[in-house]
Design a protein around this ligand. Structure first.
Ligand SMILES: O=c1[nH]c(=O)n([C@H]2C[C@H](O)[C@@H](COP(=O)(O)O)O2)cc1CO
Length: 153
């Protein structure tokens, strides 16, 4: 019951900006969709399109400046930024940098699956354990990570 009240309260008040690679590579697109579904338990995900398979076709119809300005507006109105940072993406790195400058609460999630690949120090090193958190994770750990993260906000 308490959890239900908690979720209802946050659904009404939290704007979540989810970042995931688009032009950087769509290998994790289905994972993004599953993450967005979980995040919707905690608030409104402003960037739901990041998990959509057909996003690249949609993006072709839109002007880059329109996408940039719309996303920066959403970033400004967001309360929390959640970024899946395993697949490197210039856009995601840029969004995180802008979000840091806006003093947003930021959660970065990285899957250390490939021993030959490392997360950028500019993301891992931004972790301060308070406003900016960077976690290594496995997908099955996400429900607990989100539960703990949003409860502590
Ligand atoms: O069509 C788009 N729509 C859009 O919202 N974005 C934003 C949201 C994503 O978190 C991020 C992805 O950047 P990139 O495309 O460089 O991987 O940029 C990026 C694009 C394409 O660059």
């Amino acid at each position: 019951m308490i959890q239900l009240l908690f979720r209802t309260r946050y659904k009404m008040s939290l704007n979540i900006y989810f970042c995931g690679s688009i032009h950087g590579g769509r290998q994790d697109a289905n994972l993004y969709a599953r993450i967005i579904k979980q995040l919707q338990e905690y608030g409104e995900v402003l960037t739901e399109h990041v998990g959509k398979v057909e996003i690249e076709k949609e993006a072709e119809k839109l002007d880059a400046k329109f996408i940039h300005d719309r996303d920066i507006d959403w970033l400004e109105t967001s309360n929390v930024v959640v970024a899946e940072v395993t697949q490197p993406s210039l856009g995601v790195g840029y969004e995180i940098g802008r979000a840091v400058a806006m003093k947003k609460k930021i959660l970065c999630l990285y899957r250390p699956t490939n021993p030959g690949k490392k997360l950028s120090c500019m993301i891992r090193g931004a972790h301060d354990g308070d406003s900016i958190k960077v976690f290594d994770y496995k997908e099955e750990e996400l429900p607990k990570i989100f539960k703990d993260y949003f409860a502590a906000l």
